[in-house]
Ligand binder design. Structure first.
Ligand code: PEP
Length: 263
């Protein structure tokens, strides 16, 4: 049974002075044991959030990691530096592809560093609007996956608990969502690609999240799709009321899956 995951991407918001309070408030509102919950604050807030979440079953994730192990990379953060601070890491977010010219090759390197250091990756993929309108969405995402996964043993990625987040770029921070059925079709396409690359039993083992303007009001559209295993949430993840609603809805999906598995 694939896990249900809700990951919060705080992006470049919060400071070390206020992130702990927000994380503590959030944790108190999202106690839903059937759902894997992850908060990804900025690097400089990781320690504050880790401390605030001590005793809570909520994981901490970083928003990026460098593709090299160490060296002359001013301002960057290696996977080894995250030890004790984070157990998950977002890799290949479209804002990093756009603002930091991250290529699929670099993203593949980042995955390697994550695996070497025991970090659980959330690999982001997603098409631009003109790709979707031009009927190329699945081909673009297929290419991103092949690029990111190239040079990796699918079994190692599966054992590391890799999660894919399908995030159509035109839906991120825009208030515009993909249709649940389209996101579901993409989740299936992602597993088909992974299967072709040798992913062990992708249909059963590869979690795929949806991301793109998810809120408490619209998350059900995605979580009622059996192919979708949760959400990567940006803007709404800074609002405890929104996260409480999103995680509560995810809890319904997790319970329904448990019951189906048990019957
Ligand atoms: C994201 O940052 O991954 C994201 C999906 O953002 P938003 O929810 O704000 O669209």
């Amino acid at each position: 049974m694939r896990p249900v995951v809700i990951a919060a991407n705080w992006k470049m918001n919060t400071t070390p002075a206020d992130a702990g309070d927000l994380a503590r408030t959030m944790a108190g509102r999202i106690r839903e044991p059937g759902v894997e919950r992850v908060i990804c604050p900025p690097f400089v807030c990781l320690a504050a959030v880790r401390d605030a979440l001590s005793g809570e079953d909520v994981a901490v994730g970083a928003q990026d990691v460098h593709h090299e192990a160490a060296g002359a990379y001013t301002g960057d953060t290696s996977a080894a530096m995250l030890a004790g601070l984070a157990t998950w890491v977002i890799i290949g977010h479209s804002e990093r592809r756009r603002d930091h010219a991250e290529t699929d090759e670099r993203i593949s390197g980042k995955l390697r560093r994550a695996l070497e250091n025991g970090l659980r990756p959330i690999l982001c993929v997603g098409e631009q609007l003109d790709d979707r309108e031009g009927g190329r969405a699945e081909a673009v995402v297929d290419g991103q996956l092949r690029g990111a996964l190239s040079g990796h043993e699918p079994v190692a990625l599966a054992n590391a608990g890799l999660v894919v987040a399908y995030e159509p770029v035109w839906a991120i921070g825009t208030g515009r969502n993909a249709a649940g059925a389209d996101a579901s079709a993409m989740a299936e396409a992602i597993r088909t690609t992974a299967d072709g690359l040798g992913w062990p039993d992708a249909a059963e083992t590869l979690p795929v999240l949806y991301g793109g303007s998810v809120t408490a009001a619209n998350v059900a559209e995605f979580l009622t799709e059996p192919a979708i295993d949760g959400a990567l949430v940006g803007g709404a993840s800074l609002k405890p009321d929104e996260m409480a609603g999103i995680v509560a809805r995810a809890g319904l999906t997790a319970n329904a899956r448990r019951q189906t598995a048990a019957s």
